[in-house]
Design a binder for this molecule. Structure first.
Ligand code: NAD
Ligand code: DAU
Length: 364
């Protein structure tokens, strides 16, 4: 479901490497791309950390232009070999440690993957691009977050591309570091880079540690729904399918050296969002252990340094590249709840011992 239709009569097939393509957004983009552009080569490079799931991509194994490589973005020889042997022209960089609560428990992995890993990719791509005589149509696209802009109070205007960076968590600070490196590689070397800074995504293949899948699964299992602090924090929710079309728009018609904000125009307080999920589950799930699901809502200790509000102004992407979000939060949450109800086989195996141990640490 997308409102983005780009007319590309002269478009030639691309050869993409997608880092983090076995994670939530990366996998959605890989599915989108293989379906929409079957003539493009799509090579996924993913280390399969706890957040990566090979099963999410299994259906593509018969696709002639798809290849999966298990590997780390800090491993320079692996990246060099792939860029060369696959004659890559486009690198789309999703791989990251992505969860704020985990960055509070252990920031080391965030600096390693998000900063050092991004730097390793930039250096490898720079050498690859320079040895091909600096083609202008090569792209290094970096996928980042609105969290680099910090936290808004109730009346502040939404983040624009020129809002100063004020990251507040180890996660957002590490993403800010990678954004600065990407920007510097364009400014210093002229490397053809683009960046997108996106708001909170949700939808299919979302790992259960994040708010929406966690609430869906806890409702289905009759477990408490842990709402941090007073539940009044606001996020700007974007259906993941709309993020896929935004990446498509930027890869095909974005201007090199530019940053584009991506957001859903769907600001919702956490507690209201949880109520919306409870209502949908009460309506759509036949055998809830606790009904109405609202009885499970439990206020818990707040996340340290918890950002109050995010809101994205995506006017630049809309006016310059013609992208618009096509799904409201009401529509997107319904699609998401339906997906989690229909895909227990996907999410049940993720509730592993490692996940339970993580859960106990955060929610004890
Ligand atoms: P995710 O945690 O679901 O997936 C991350 C993927 O990266 C996993 O498949 C994991 O195995 C892989 N990975 C981690 N470390 C790696 C390494 N060292 N080498 C290779 N692969 C590695 O993340 P997501 O939610 O899909 O987010 C993807 C990107 O989008 C991230 O860069 C994130 O910062 C950004 N982003 C996410 C959101 C959101 O709401 N989820 C919003 C804006 C931006
Ligand atoms: O804004 C973009 C960011 O959105 C991405 O860069 C991150 O990768 C992604 O994880 C997400 O970050 P958040 O911290 O906003 O998402 P999370 O789902 O963890 O939390 C959403 C809100 O819900 C936040 O205010 C914290 C709150 N929350 C979260 C969890 C997991 C709860 O109240 N209870 C919970 O159990």
């Amino acid at each position: 479901m997308t409102s983005f239709e780009l007319n590309q009569p002269l478009r030639k097939p691309r050869r993409l490497i997608v880092t983090g393509g076995a994670g939530f957004i990366g996998a959605n983009v890989v599915h989108y791309w293989c379906q929409k552009y079957p003539g493009d080569r799509v090579v996924v490079l993913d280390a399969l950390t706890y957040a990566g799931n090979r099963q999410t991509l299994a259906v593509l194994d018969d696709h002639p232009n798809f290849r999966f490589v298990k590997g780390d973005i800090c491993d320079r020889p692996v990246i060099d070999a792939l860029l060369h042997e696959e004659a890559i022209d486009t690198l789309v960089h999703f791989a990251a440690e992505s969860h704020v609560d985990r960055s509070i428990l252990g920031p080391d992995a965030f600096v390693r993957t998000n900063v050092v890993g991004s730097f390793t990719l930039l250096e490898a791509f720079r050498q690859h691009w320079q040895s091909a005589d600096r083609p202008a149509d090569y792209r290094f696209h970096h996928v980042s977050t609105d969290e680099v802009y910090g936290s808004l109070s109730h009346d502040d205007p939404a983040f624009t591309e020129t809002t100063p960076y004020t990251p507040n968590s180890p996660y957002s600070a590490s993403k800010a570091g990678s954004d600065h490196l990407v920007r510097a590689y364009h400014h210093t070397y002229g490397m053809p880079t683009t960046i997108t800074n996106c708001s909170n995504n949700y939808g299919q293949y979302h790992f259960p540690e994040k708010l929406i899948p966690l609430m869906c699964i806890n409702i289905l299992m009759g477990k408490p729904l842990p709402v941090y602090g007073d539940g009044q924090n606001i996020r700007d929710w974007l259906y993941v399918g709309d993020h896929c079309s935004a990446i498509d728009a930027v890869l095909h018609s974005g201007t090199v050296g530019e940053t584009y904000n991506v957001g859903g125009n769907n600001e919702v307080k956490n507690i209201d969002l949880v109520h919306m999920l409870c209502d949908l589950m009460n309506e759509l799930a036949p055998d809830l252990p606790v009904r109405p699901a609202q009885e499970l809502i439990t206020y818990v200790k707040d996340r340290p340094g918890h950002d109050r509000r995010y809101a994205i102004n995506s006017t630049k992407l809309q006016t310059e590249l013609g992208w618009t979000p096509s799904v409201t939060v009401q529509q997107g949450l319904r699609l998401t709840v339906e997906w989690f109800l229909a895909n227990e086989d996907w999410w049940k195996p993720l509730l592993s011992e490692e996940y339970q141990a993580y859960y106990r640490k955060v929610y004890a």
